[in-house]
Design a protein around this ligand. Structure first.
Ligand SMILES: *[C@@H]1O[C@H](CO)[C@@H](O)[C@H](O)[C@H]1NC(C)=O
Ligand SMILES: *[C@@H]1O[C@H](CO)[C@@H](O)[C@H](O)[C@H]1NC(C)=O
Ligand SMILES: *[C@@H]1O[C@H](CO)[C@@H](O)[C@H](O)[C@H]1NC(C)=O
Length: 129
């Protein structure tokens, strides 16, 4: 009798720990683990204009994602003959706060591509191109 109890207790503890581990990450996480990042091999033709357009499209994307239940946004600016097209997507179960945090992380990470005229970041929680 006592022997079978002593064997069952650790099982219960393991099961409880497992449930906690499974539920906590689902609660609130921007999921900023970077899975893939690629940069195009070609620089923008006019770097100053490229960054001006890029920065403004990022601001526009961020504004769109700030609305509740918005998980997908695109923005384009073709001013100064330096077109910039941006697409961002978060996983649909994410909160607006987490989606924005994931986008911010992706946006700052994609800056490492510098003036290269194309780039893609894939994170656990969101995608930016
Ligand atoms: C792109 O421009 C940067 C900064 O002007 C320069 O350092 C880099 O070598 C250029 N890269 C290519 C592939 O032309
Ligand atoms: C664009 O944003 C980056 C990062 O915030 C900043 O370093 C850069 O000066 C900005 N460039 C322009 C042209 O607005
Ligand atoms: C988004 O939803 C939250 C919580 O439901 C609410 O407090 C907030 O006002 C909403 N924001 C917008 C911009 O609709």
């Amino acid at each position: 009798m006592t022997r079978s109890w002593s064997l069952k207790w650790p099982m219960v503890v393991v099961a409880v720990v497992f449930i906690i581990v499974l539920t906590i990450p689902a609660k609130s996480q921007p999921q900023t683990n970077l899975l893939i990042q690629t940069c195009s091999p070609v620089n923008a033709t006019n770097i100053q204009n490229f960054f001006t357009n890029l920065n403004d499209t990022f601001i526009d994307i961020r504004r769109q994602l700030s609305n509740n239940n918005t998980y997908f946004a695109t923005s384009e600016l073709t001013r100064f003959s330096q077109p910039v097209y941006v697409l961002a997507q978060c996983r649909k179960y994410m909160s607006t706060t987490d989606c924005l945090a994931c986008f911010d992380f992706a946006a700052s990470s994609i800056r490492s591509c510098g003036a290269l005229n194309g780039a893609r970041s894939v994170l656990d929680g969101c995608f930016l191109r």
